[in-house]
Write a protein that binds this ligand. Structure first.
Ligand SMILES: O=C(O)C1=C[C@@H](OP(=O)(O)O)[C@@H](O)[C@H](O)C1
Ligand SMILES: C=C(OP(=O)(O)O)C(=O)O
Length: 409
């Protein structure tokens, strides 16, 4: 589906938006619930990724297809590997079959698992024969994706001897690892994370616990971008958020202050307000702890006409698409000058935003959502717009509430 976006009214925005739970927290909680049925989950994500995870966990044999969901692919690999008697072929979309998984497969096989590649060495689909994993210690590279580490940690309490991980190299996306440990702690599992060593104690029963999922901060990023590109006076209220978030993307509140956007926390709601026009001509951020907001921030900077230098982007080439390449191509269509290398993006300042652009989305929800706020400055078309359902199915409906005109063409 192609959508034409425009913003004819140019008014100050006032809106109230309810976003569902973080997909990262949801997919972790679902796996923990499968291991420990006394867990109840509140405010789960309504995303496609959450739904494939929930469905996948119920299978005991045959094929499980997780489509584009990275967390589901990695978390279910660990789950099925540790489930004695379950025989599964775990597969995903064409793109998922290009996203590497050998770091996780090697670690699990070292722990005693029986996983083989059904097709191409190092990539899904995987043949998994569930077994009791008795080994306790494993070392694995930590600079490719934190999801491999979270996958191992999530099954750790259910292993007879617990788990001791040694992380090799620079640890990437650290807040996601801490989120996993915090959820384990919430259900009473004892963990420690010191230097490059993580330990998780075994736990064979969990008392009745309700995990309340905070709403998704990565989804909130698009409203931060809209606020930044709007007039002073804009106020967007988002529910349900909290100050002491487990999500690393909550750093948005700090980052967007640079663009004149303030955040206030009241009970379970945040208000994001455009209080001043951006005074910077260039910003730089290391996003190795928050890779999913790189697209949002680069488009915001382009819309504001300011330069940015983003580093820590080494994981972007193996996400839903090669996000560094996709950003460069799509921003350039609007007239931006962008340079990228293996781990950074430089955007040069430019005041003109080309009209009549059609944004390609490359099966990447964040390409569609990150570019949409630019409609406040210039009308555009978004190709394959329903790609947003991977993390935020209600995105276009919510955007209409802000006064954007969205038409199917
Ligand atoms: O653990 C998670 O829930 C996630 C970890 C991050 O991946 P990497 O660790 O591969 O950067 C992030 O990009 C992804 O959207 C969700
Ligand atoms: C990278 C993402 O997801 P995943 O790796 O779980 O597919 C994302 O949602 O931006």
């Amino acid at each position: 589906m192609k959508l034409q976006l425009s913003y004819p009214s140019k008014k100050v925005i006032k809106a109230d938006i309810q976003i569902t739970g973080s997909k990262s927290e949801t997919n972790r909680s679902l796996l923990l619930q499968a291991l420990f049925p006394d867990i109840t989950i509140k405010n789960p994500s309504n995303s496609d990724d959450g739904s494939v995870m929930g469905k996948g966990l119920k299978k005991v044999s045959g094929e499980v297809d997780i489509h584009h969901a990275g967390t589901a692919m990695r978390f279910l690999t660990a789950y099925f590997a540790s489930q004695e008697g379950k025989a599964i072929v775990l597969t995903g979309s064409e793109r998922m079959q290009e996203r590497p998984i050998s770091v996780l497969v090697d670690a699990l096989n070292d722990l005693g698992a029986e996983i083989t590649y059904a097709n191409k060495e190092g990539y899904p689909p995987l043949r998994i024969n569930g077994k009791k994993l008795l080994n306790k210690k494993v070392a694995l590279p930590a600079n490719v994706s934190s999801q491999y580490i979270s996958a191992l940690l999530l099954i750790a309490p259910s292993l007879e001897n617990g788990l001791e991980l040694e992380l090799i190299g620079k640890i990437t996306s650290v807040p996601y690892i801490k989120m996993t440990l915090a959820l384990l702690n919430e259900i009473g599992v004892i963990t420690s994370f010191v230097g490059n060593q993580i330990k998780v104690d075994p736990k064979h029963e969990v008392e009745k616990t309700t995990l309340v999922v905070e709403s998704d901060w990565s989804s909130a990023s698009y409203f931060y971008s809209i606020a930044a590109l709007s007039e002073v006076g804009t106020e967007i209220k988002l529910t349900s958020y909290k100050k002491d978030s487990l999500q690393g993307d909550s750093v948005l509140a700090e980052v967007y202050r640079d663009f004149g956007v303030e955040t206030s926390f009241m009970e379970n709601q945040i208000t994001i307000s455009k209080t001043a026009y951006c005074q910077h001509s260039k910003v730089d951020y290391d996003l190795s702890n928050a890779p999913d907001i790189a697209q949002t921030i680069s488009v915001t900077c382009f819309g504001l006409g300011i330069a940015c230098y983003l580093t820590g982007l080494h994981t972007l080439p193996i996400k839903e698409t090669d996000r560094l390449a996709a950003l460069k191509t799509e921003l350039s269509k609007f007239g931006a000058k962008v340079e990228t290398d293996a781990e950074s993006l430089s955007l040069f300042s430019s005041k003109n935003i080309a009209s009549g652009v059609t944004v390609d989305t490359y099966h990447d929800h964040r390409m569609a959502m990150a570019f949409a706020p630019l409609a406040l400055k210039q009308s555009m078309v978004i190709n394959d717009a329903m790609v947003v359902s991977k993390s935020y199915p209600d995105f276009w409906k919510d955007l209409k509430k802000l006064g954007l005109e969205i038409e199917e063409i």
